[in-house]
Design a protein around this ligand. Structure first.
Ligand SMILES: Cc1cc2nc3c(=O)[nH]c(=O)nc-3n(C[C@H](O)[C@H](O)[C@H](O)COP(=O)(O)O)c2cc1C
Length: 317
């Protein structure tokens, strides 16, 4: 891999929150940009507290974060972008990839890829009324992956700082696999540097994409990092020796657990967050489904505290 590889953390609502991001950055720190999961308007035109908390500058000190918004039209975009601007951020990411009907039925996320007039209004309004460095994260359309090629002239018309492409259609949700050949064809046709996202779980995954697109150097990683916090070190051939790996992994886990306990007074909420964390983190142990069991079956935070040390003891690689 060339030295110029650069990595960003994908936004995963409920998983890559500020606790995860800050602990990862402190313990591993090999990521250039951490995308904050989207903010959007929910019932009563309100943004969920958890989304706002994740955006607060005091929760993102000294970390290179990029806020993301999920909107359906220029008016919604404007109100969300104002919030991001008022917090002092200078970068903004637009979510045009969310595949879930809850978003797409309201014209948000991937649905915007099929609504070209709305799309252009959003872009026009954003670039003429705000000074953000704007990036765009998108999928390969709603149902027909070839429809994404029709967007190329529009995407080239605006000064996006980055285009991040996850080559799956919305109706695939997370099933099947990301279409790497489609990605390579898209890059060739658009002829701009693009960030690749989707199913990067091993160094070999990056190699295979580079075989199709030799100049690929920008990567956004999501579930791969949640499942293996050493993934980037493996890709860059910087994996420390086994004892240090164990220590770093334990330090990472313990700092996340400590921080959730500081953030939430409700023990049930801490347990829920730790279960979500472990649902991926267990993959970094020798027998993932067995390793996850003691966490999954913990019915209280006290039981979790008793159960998790045995996982490090019994399933550590
Ligand atoms: C639980 C979950 C939550 C996600 N939340 C977001 C989000 O808030 N914003 C976004 O752009 N993508 C979101 N995604 C998509 C990821 O950012 C990423 O595009 C996708 O997981 C593919 O990359 P990966 O295979 O490296 O994980 C989410 C995905 C999952 C599984």
């Amino acid at each position: 891999m060339p030295e110029s590889n650069s990595y960003s953390l994908a936004p995963l609502q409920g998983f890559t929150d500020f606790v995860f991001r800050s602990c990862y950055h402190r313990v591993f720190g090999d990521i250039q940009a951490y995308y904050i999961p989207y903010i959007s308007f929910g019932p009563g035109n309100k943004i969920r507290n958890s989304q706002l908390r994740d955006l607060l500058p005091e929760n993102n000190m000294d970390i290179p974060v990029i806020p993301q918004i999920l909107c359906s039209n220029a008016e919604e975009m404007h109100r969300l972008a104002e919030i991001v601007k008022n917090y002092g951020y200078t970068k903004l990411n637009l979510n045009m990839g969310c595949p879930y009907p809850m978003a797409t039925n309201r014209g948000r996320g991937s649905a915007l890829l099929e609504n070209r007039d709305e799309l252009k209004q959003i872009f026009d309004h954003l670039f003429s009324n705000f000074q953000f460095e704007v990036s765009l994260k998108f999928r390969a359309g709603m149902t027909d992956e070839n429809s994404i090629f029709e967007l190329i002239p529009i995407l080239k018309d605006y000064p996006f700082s980055k285009l991040i492409f996850h080559p799956r259609t919305a109706d695939q949700l997370y099933k099947g696999s990301a279409n790497r050949e489609l990605y390579a064809r898209f890059v060739q046709e658009i002829n701009l540097p693009i960030v690749y996202n989707g199913d990067l779980n091993t160094p070999a995954d990056l190699e295979q994409i580079r075989q199709l697109n030799p100049t690929q150097s920008e990567w956004m990683l999501g579930r791969g990092i949640l499942s293996d916090p050493f993934l980037i070190r493996k890709i860059d051939h910087r994996l420390p020796e086994i004892q240090q790996q164990r220590e770093l992994k334990r330090e990472f886990h313990d700092s996340i657990f400590e921080e959730y306990q500081r953030q939430f007074s409700d023990q049930g909420q801490v347990l829920m967050k730790m279960k979500a964390f472990w649902s991926y983190f267990a993959n970094s142990f020798s027998n993932p489904s067995k390793a996850f069991k003691p966490v999954k079956k913990a019915s209280s935070l006290a039981k979790f505290k008793t159960n998790y040390p045995e996982i490090f003891h019994n399933f550590e690689l």
